[in-house]
Structures are given as C-alpha cells and as structure tokens.
Design a protein around this ligand. Structure first.
Ligand code: PMV
Length: 335
C-alpha cells in the first residue's frame, strides 16, 4: 500500500510577540506544502528521503537513530519521534517533497509532522481525525523543540485563516480572502526562543512603555480582522505598516528584514511587515497588485515566494495502482 499526505505551511499576519502576552493573533495556511509519500520499504530497513532537499537516511526507529546516505536533513528528528511513537517498526519508506523554506518561520516542521502523522495513520488503517492529528503533531513539536505554540500544527491541520482570541480561542474566519502576498526570507534563520526572551527583558525594563505597545498590536490585529472580512487590502497594508513600526520598537527587526520591508513597499506592496519572531526569518508583503514586481525586487538580494492563503488543511489519500507516481500529477488529480 502507498499513501500520499500533504499539509500546508503557515504565516503569521498579525500579533506576533503580543500574542505571548495574551493579545490576539491572525495566522493562515499558505499554498506551499509538505507532501509525503509513504510505502513499505523494498529492503529490511526504513528510509527517509527527499529529492527536493537532496538527502537520504536509513532509520533505526527503535533506537531513534539514523545513518545518513546523502545530504543532511534537520527535519529528521520529527520523523524519528513520530515513528517511535506511532509506528510498529516495520520497514517503511518516506519520501518528502517540500516547497516551504525551512527555518523561516513558515511552519515547515509542522507541515512535515502533520502530513507524516496523517500518512502513518492511514497506513495503519486508522480513521482520519483532524483533532487527533493536530493534538499529536503539537506534542511531537513540543518534544523535539522543547517549546512550541499549537498555532503552526493547528493551522497546518485545518487550513484557512485563523484568529486566536485573547481568551486563546481559535476560530477560522473569512475563507474567501483571495489576496496575493509575497514572503521574503533571508538565509539567516530566526530564533523564536531568543527573540521572545529579548522582548520579555525589554518589557521588564520598560513596562509602562512596552505594555501599551503590545496592547496597540492587539488593537491592530482586531482591525485587521475587520479589514480581511471586508476584503480591504489597502487598509490591511496600512495596518501591516503600523504593526511593523511597533515590531521594530520591540527590537526584533534586522537590517535585512528592514531592507526587504521597504523594498516591497517601494515595489508596490500595499503594506509589509516581519512575519513570525523576527531577528532573521521572513517578511510578508500584501500585494493586491504588483505581486510579480515585489517578488522580482525581493529576489534580487534575498529569497522570496509568492503565496496565497489556502483553505486546504492536511489531506491523505491511498495511491491507487495505475495512476502516475509524480507529485505534480497527483496534485492535479487531488485538486
Ligand atoms: O517565527 P515563528 O513562526 O516561530 O513565530 C513566533 C511567534 C511569536 O509570537 C514570536 C512566538 C509565539 O510562540 O507566538
């Protein structure tokens, strides 16, 4: 039996850092995904490989160890953790295709974790249960990373745009928001733990200054929810720009991120800001027009991808014999 599962990456549109102090946040699944193919292994050893990322490893799922045959997959810790918890150790082969940049705050590890869990559950004949998958994927991320918010795994499992309220309630909203975005990312990875800590110490030193800033980010997030609901892309851009100023004041900006933020605006984005923890990682630009122009400008110095929000969370299918084995063809078949 061969299983195909696919899950999206995510981006935070509003509320990063403020959300740590109880303010709301908006995040969404993007149309960039991790896709897993899982089958019985041809030999008596489990394999994890990816042609996209250029690696191949043999897995010892009992001892949670691996031997590299080619490349270096950072993501392998998640796979070993999943297999040691949810697999019977029979030899399987996992093929990963990933078009989400790794380590850029775009939820690549969550997408890999969610799709692998979904594929494995189908392989073992279990019922497809999104709530269970989201819960277990968060546990896996917590074990591997020691600290993980449930946002990434949740968005990857369910898809769509979500609003995380002050009471920590997650709701999906306006599923028809079709605007175009560009995400720019540098080769410097962000370190979420370090950035959260540095905002905390800034806040402890200057509580009367920083607390109102965090509250204002919360207000921006609420206005942004309205702007999205009313499909006001220029209003949304304006709010992104104000939010960016406040993120800068929290000390999470860098030269590279700042350069991309201004370049995107100059190239015709309606607004742009850091997405995620900052200190490296990514920016997001809202591009109701000029998406190509913004993309071109950002890729001149850095890397960029064009994205749209996507309603499609994780899905899983059994690959039937006779159908083309190619990921692209599969994607067309599924859609
Ligand atoms: O860069 P990411 O995707 O890890 O996002 C971090 C978002 C923070 O608000 C800074 C931290 C958090 O856990 O919410």
């Amino acid at each position: 039996m061969e299983i195909l599962a696919s899950a999206p990456g995510k981006t935070i549109l509003f509320g990063e850092h403020a959300v740590v102090y109880g303010e709301p946040a908006i995040a969404g699944a993007v149309n960039k995904r991790a896709t897993i193919k899982l089958r019985e292994a041809p030999r008596d050893i489990s394999i994890f490989k990816s042609d996209d990322l250029g690696f191949e490893a043999e897995l010892d799922t009992v001892a949670k160890r691996y031997t590299l045959k080619k490349g270096k997959p950072g993501i392998i810790k998640y796979i070993l953790e999943i297999l040691s918890k949810f697999h019977d150790h029979s030899p399987i082969e996992i093929d990963l295709s990933l078009n989400i940049p790794i380590g850029s705050g775009l939820g690549s590890s969550a997408a890999v974790t969610v799709s692998t869990l979904a594929a494995l559950h189908k392989y073992h004949g279990k019922k497809f249960d999104r709530i269970f998958i989201a819960k277990k994927a968060h546990e896996i991320e917590n074990t591997v990373q020691r600290m993980a918010s449930p946002l990434d795994t949740r968005v990857s499992t369910f898809g769509g745009l979500i609003y995380l309220s002050r009471k920590k309630k997650i709701t999906k909203f306006n599923t028809n928001f079709k605007s175009s975005f560009v995400i720019g990312y540098t080769s410097k990875r962000g370190n979420t733990g370090r950035m959260v800590k540095s905002v905390k110490s800034l806040k402890n030193r200057n509580p009367t200054i920083i607390e109102p800033i965090l509250k204002t980010i919360g207000k921006i997030t609420d206005d942004a929810k309205l702007a999205i609901t009313n499909k006001q892309e220029y209003r949304l851009g304006e709010l992104m720009n104000v939010n960016q100023g406040l993120l800068d004041s929290l000390g999470v900006n860098t030269n590279e991120l700042s350069r991309m933020v201004y370049l995107a605006r100059k190239s015709g984005a309606s607004g742009s800001k850091i997405t995620g923890a900052g200190g490296g990682g990514s920016i997001i630009a809202c591009c109701p027009k000029n998406q190509d122009k913004v993309f071109k400008a950002l890729t001149y110095y850095d890397n960029a991808i064009k994205v749209n929000f996507s309603n499609e969370g994780v899905f899983v299918k059994e690959i039937k014999e006779g159908l083309n084995d190619n990921f692209e063809d599969w994607w067309k078949y599924i859609n």
